[in-house]
Design a protein around this ligand. Structure first.
Ligand code: NAD
Ligand code: AHE
Ligand code: ZN
Length: 368
């Protein structure tokens, strides 16, 4: 079938709106109509050329919501009409990773997904007979896409697509990092580096679990108002602060119980570790850093009890946890609406990237 898509032809180039061809679902696969998709910083990261796995031409986008239109042979858990959220971290419930209690990183289809291909090693998308690559197993910058059954969370049908698409990445990553990975205890002091689409969700996750101080760190002061509405108690702009670590230690009686790096900068990753409390503070890396970049610190920081770790998709097991997060939204436990600062049609998708780079948006959502 013909579908509308924003094609990334090469790193550093704007996306091009095209009519491309999409093959139907093969065995174990599902065709969905994408109703809405968010634009995440990771899409911009891959488009910039910094992603070691970034291959072109590809159809980017990994933060969508849609409706099942057709299922391939052997699909049992979904049927046409079901509402779904695509999962870049699938949940097969059978691999060693899914069966291990300490990770959400299902590896059932990870190698082909990283190459921009479906599990059988081919692409469903093409243009003029030449294949186009999938992205993060989702490719939501197209109004129809095909995914494996294990990479779709079935969600309630009364939830609005233009809001719950954000649960496909940013909301789950931020809130989940607090709830599923760090397991932040009530009364903890939390520091959040980066008050963008991820950091604000960390803040609302920290508020939800009853954190004490929630300290935001950002260079862009225009983020402060929204961050306070989401639960930030204190703000530090590093460009006005002589010693950031000392400022955080002063606010937290010696250091953070938990810090979250939501920028993707290896220097702030180091600061996020070193602002943690001696003996027990844990720093969780969420931000994605470019090819070739490395983190460093004095090993003494870890010897003296600080813990450095990371999280993907907030530690959520998608088919199990994403429907619950949709319920949290529908029950008013988390706010998504205020974070969606811009909406636009697919034809304007490059504006979403411009707004993100200018620091003017939290989330832009494309509605098909
Ligand atoms: P964003 O652009 O919305 O937010 C980034 C924020 O960081 C902005 O407010 C910006 O002003 C601030 N910032 C930039 N440089 C800074 C600095 N040196 N010091 C202080 N603040 C600074 O991006 P986002 O969508 O929130 O994504 C954040 C990061 O998380 C990205 O690297 C993205 O790729 C990554 N991410 C990771 C996962 C995961 O599963 N691990 C999921 C989604 C996104
Ligand atoms: N492909 C990159 C890394 C990109 C990355 O870290 N992706 C995160 C999700 S970001 C969502 O916005 C992730 O889930 N990683 C785990 C995984 O298995 O991809 C690289 O460096 O190669
Ligand atoms: Zn993302």
């Amino acid at each position: 079938m013909d579908v509308k898509a924003a094609v990334a032809y090469a790193a550093g180039q704007p996306l091009t709106i095209e009519t491309v061809q999409l093959d139907g679902p093969q065995a174990g696969e599902v065709l969905i109509e994408v109703m809405a998709t968010g634009v995440c910083h990771t899409d911009a990261f891959t488009l910039s050329g910094d992603d070691p796995e970034g291959e072109f031409p590809a159809i980017l986008g990994h933060e969508g919501a849609g409706i099942v239109r057709e299922v391939g042979a052997g699909v049992t858990s979904l049927k046409p009409g079901d509402h779904v959220i695509p999962l870049y971290t699938p949940e097969c419930r059978e691999c060693d990773y899914c069966l291990h209690p300490k990770t959400n990183l299902c590896q059932a289809i990870r190698s082909t997904q990283g190459q921009g291909l479906m599990p059988d090693g081919t692409s469903r998308f093409s243009l003029n007979g030449k294949p186009l690559l999938h992205y993060m197993g989702c490719s939501t910058f197209a109004n129809f896409t095909v995914l494996p059954e294990i990479a779709l969370a079935k969600v309630r049908s009364d939830a609005p697509f233009d809001k719950i698409c954000y649960i496909g990445c940013g909301v789950t990553t931020g809130v989940g990092a607090v709830v599923f990975d760090a397991k932040v205890e009530p009364g903890s002091n939390v520091v959040v580096f980066g008050l963008g689409g991820i950091g604000l969700n960390v803040i609302q996750g920290a508020r939800m679990v009853g954190a004490n101080k929630i300290i935001g760190v950002d260079l862009n002061e225009s983020k402060v108002g929204m961050a306070r509405e989401f639960g930030m108690t204190d703000f530090i702009n590093p460009s006005n602060t002589e010693d950031l670590i000392e400022a955080i230690q002063d606010l937290t009686n010696g250091g953070a119980d938990y810090s979250f790096e939501c920028i993707g900068n290896v220097n702030t990753m180091r600061q996020a570790l070193e602002c943690c409390h001696k003996g027990w503070g844990e720093s969780i890396i969420i931000g994605v850093a470019g090819a070739g970049q490395e983190i460093s610190t004095r090993p003494f920081q870890l010897v003296t009890g600080r813990v450095w770790r990371g999280t993907a998709f907030g530690g959520a097991r998608g088919r199990t946890d994403v429907p619950k997060i949709v319920d949290w939204y529908m029950d008013g436990k988390i706010d998504i609406d205020s974070l969606i600062t811009h909406k636009m049609p697919l034809t304007d998708i490059n504006k979403a990237f411009d707004l993100m780079h200018a620091g003017e948006s939290i989330r832009s959502v494309i509605e098909y």
